[in-house]
Design a protein around this ligand. Structure first.
Ligand code: NDP
Length: 345
């Protein structure tokens, strides 16, 4: 069985969803009640891949909402409790979705292996970042030509280049895609210098300068709420892949030959019959999902029960090849820009 750990995008939406699901006692509770609410296994699903393999899955809502991020202990407890529930339910491989993987990594939850009388077995969990990185790279390769951008001569800015996903994306674009030039953006200089030396290439630039030069921008950092982007300073056409969470680039810059695509999203080849992706505001919630969630499904389809994506900067090209091939084999496709024809329909 595969598992997905997720959460609602806001406290308000979480309460509405709880009401809809019949969890009235939580739905009516105030923020403090939500802070102490346990995780809930809200849905079971069955999925059959085009390869004819059927798997079972479960969605666990961690009862975390982004408003809790400032409450360090609450956020930590929410993630660990959801992981404990997944393990107790006997789920083989569970993806940490949304903020839960960021909390796991940034709050160093590896140190907190024992939850009450359960010792968490790390091999049952994956961040899903390998599949996310592969999907983002394929989105660049598929969509840049649609806009007339020749990747062999294009400048591609990676915002969040030193992160787990960003560094994997840089490795792939350099070695496999062969882009014109990589522009490396992050706040801390030393990791950027280390990445540049690992890649044997790429130019380190401040955000504003990189955005002004880039034909393609890959955003794989959580965007500060206050960040303003000057639409006029961007190249046109420009392909922007919004791989961060939450996804809010389109509201800031889309339009006038700036094309924003939701990054790290895949579509399954048939309706799944679940309701969980409606929470994540997917355009086609019956088929579309975060690539990190899909990674847990892929690992279950492949009977590959291991923490495939784990820790920071461990994603290799070989692992991306492996999960990418499984993604295609089991009926997933990457989200692409709508053509004029589709947009008009
Ligand atoms: P990491 O924490 O490993 O990396 C974050 C990167 O962003 C680092 O390079 C960091 O470097 C950089 N960064 C952070 N803030 C800024 C800033 N203000 N300006 C420039 N760079 C910045 O994260 P992951 O690689 O695990 O995840 C990256 C993003 O992808 C997250 O937003 C996450 O939510 C999202 N994600 C999306 C998924 C999907 O849509 N399917 C699945 C999984 C993750 P520095 O600190 O030096 O600035």
């Amino acid at each position: 069985m595969f598992g997905l750990i997720g959460h609602s995008t806001s406290f308000e939406i979480a309460r509405l969803k709880a009401l809809e699901l019949g969890f009235d006692h939580i739905a009516g509770g105030d923020f403090d009640v939500w802070c102490s609410a346990p995780p809930q296994l809200v849905e079971h699903v069955e999925v059959t891949s085009p390869a004819g393999i059927t798997i079972q899955g479960a969605y666990i809502d961690s009862c975390f909402v982004p408003e809790m991020l400032s409450r360090f202990k609450t956020a930590r407890r929410k993630v660990l409790n959801a992981m404990e529930l997944a393990q107790k339910k006997g789920i083989n491989i569970t993806a940490l979705g949304g903020f839960t993987s960021i909390i796991f990594e940034n709050f160093n939850l590896l140190q907190h292996r024992t939850i009450r009388n359960t010792i968490l077995e790390w091999q049952r969990f994956t961040t899903g970042n390998t599949h996310t990185a592969w999907v983002i790279c394929r989105q660049v390769e598929n969509n840049a030509p649609t806009l007339g951008i020749d990747l062999r001569s294009a400048k591609v800015a990676v915002v969040g280049a030193t992160g787990d996903i960003g560094s994997a994306v840089c490795r792939w674009l350099k070695a496999r895609t062969g882009v014109g030039e990589l522009l490396l953006v992050a706040r801390q200089q030393q990791p950027l210098i280390d990445l540049q030396s690992e890649l044997k290439g790429g130019r380190i630039l401040a955000l504003g300068k990189a955005l002004a030069e880039a034909d393609v921008v890959i955003w794989v950092a959580s965007m500060p709420r206050t960040l303003e982007i000057d639409h006029n300073s961007l190249r046109k056409p420009c392909l922007m892949i919004d791989g961060g969470y939450p996804k809010n680039l389109d509201s800031k810059v889309a339009g006038g030959d700036i094309h924003v695509l939701k990054g790290g999203i895949v579509e399954f080849c048939r309706d799944i019959g679940w309701s969980m992706m409606a929470i994540a505001e997917m355009e086609k919630p019956q088929r579309q999902m975060f690539a990190c969630f899909a990674e847990a499904m892929l690992l279950e389809f492949e009977h590959h029960h291991t923490n495939f994506s784990w820790g920071r900067n461990n994603i290799t090209l070989e692992k991306m090849d492996l999960i990418g091939a499984a993604s295609v084999r089991h009926g997933f496709s990457t989200l692409n820009l709508k053509t004029n024809l589709q947009a008009a329909a």
